[in-house]
Write a protein that binds this ligand. Structure first.
Ligand code: COI
Length: 355
């Protein structure tokens, strides 16, 4: 389906910075995709100049946070073609989140087609420097005007694009993580596995505290026993223990990471045994202390694979692998990014050609 396009005027186009100046998520391209849901159907899909929209102060998303979003990336390949990474997986996850948050689903082909056409319009914005990409943020919000507590009957769905550099300022270098001591991110039966803003808002206070102590990231524990490692804020987590790759199992409180899923598949292809098992933080600290846990890393769309060099738990800092990038993290990163950027053959069929 061809989507109507309203191009911005030449003089409205923003200035593009050099790729080397890109940070994460502060700059957006010239166009966006927009459609609305009313009378039980999605209507009027269109690509328009990037713009603010007016909202009534009683708009229900502003009060009860009925909203979901996705995080995806597109990459420039050596032959100048542009490819998204596993976009149908994001379409699937958006619909999973929609179900949990009582919001309408979106036809997966429409989702992917809308983003494909939007990227084609803004293709000049896709950066080429290693470590950069075009970050894609599809978002759905409740747009009905009322403050009674019930699901909205009206929604906006929009997609914005951001040329980005690394999520962590040090890129693929070890970061430091703080194990949450005072709050939890998600409880069984809650919304933890949905990609909804509330899960992210719940991480902010503890993250601020961690940052004031010099730790950019928080590691969240389960909400019942406060013992089992669940995820980082907005990204999954993995450990190498005795040469095997461990990651907490999905169980309702953890984000269904597409990078998580891809790294598991890559590791298995490399012959690494992968275990999706609950990990007790006390056992983990013991294994870090005696070096049987030799690597830890975050995995996510924005973060890609980010090694963890130091973990702070109950007043003590523990170093992993001498604060160096581990061998397995390096191999997985090279393979993942190699496929995403078209430098390694995509035998999994994960890349989706946009143009
Ligand atoms: C992503 O990895 O795409 C996310 O949505 C995480 C967010 C903290 C940037």
């Amino acid at each position: 389906m061809d989507i109507p396009i309203l191009l911005c005027k030449e003089e409205e186009k923003k200035q593009k910075p050099a790729d080397s100046e890109l940070t994460f998520g502060k700059l957006f391209t010239d166009h966006m995709f927009f459609m609305y849901y009313r009378d039980e159907k999605w209507q009027d899909p269109r690509i328009i100049p990037y713009q603010s929209f007016e909202m009534d102060p009683a708009c229900s998303v502003l009060h009860y946070s009925q909203e979901i979003f996705e995080g995806m990336k597109a990459f420039l390949h050596p032959d100048d073609s542009i490819h998204m990474f596993r976009p149908y997986e994001n379409a699937e996850r958006m619909n999973l989140s929609a179900e949990r948050m009582c919001m309408p689903k979106i036809n997966k082909d429409l989702f992917v087609n809308a983003i494909t056409q939007l990227i084609r319009v803004d293709k000049e914005w896709v950066p080429s420097l290693p470590g950069t990409s075009l970050y894609i943020r599809p978002t759905m919000i409740a747009s009905e005007t009322f403050i009674g507590l019930r699901p909205s009957n009206e929604f906006y769905f929009f997609v914005i694009l951001a040329p980005v550099g690394p999520f962590f300022k040090d890129g693929f270098n070890p970061t430091k993580a703080y194990v949450a001591a005072e709050s939890v991110r998600a409880a069984p039966g809650g919304t933890g596995e949905a990609k909804t803003g509330g899960n992210y808002a719940a991480t902010l206070c503890e993250t601020n505290k961690a940052r004031s102590l010099g730790y950019p990231m928080v590691i969240w524990l389960d909400s019942i026993e406060r013992r089992y490692v669940e995820e980082g804020s907005g990204m999954n987590i993995m450990f190498v223990i005795d040469g095997q790759l461990y990651t907490p199992p999905l169980g309702g409180t953890i984000l269904h990471g597409i990078t998580r899923k891809s790294v598991i598949e890559l590791a298995q292809k490399m012959g690494i045994i992968v275990k999706e098992e609950r990990l007790d933080i006390n056992t983990l600290i013991e294994k870090i202390s005696n070096s049987s846990c030799s690597e830890a890393f975050f995995v996510g769309t924005a973060a890609s694979i980010t090694p963890i060099g130091k973990i702070y738990f109950k007043g003590t800092e523990y170093e992993i692998n001498n604060n160096d990038v581990g061998e397995i993290a390096q191999k997985l990163y090279d393979e993942l990014v190699g496929i995403q950027t078209g430098k390694i053959q995509d035998t999994f069929n994960w890349t989706y050609k946009v143009v």
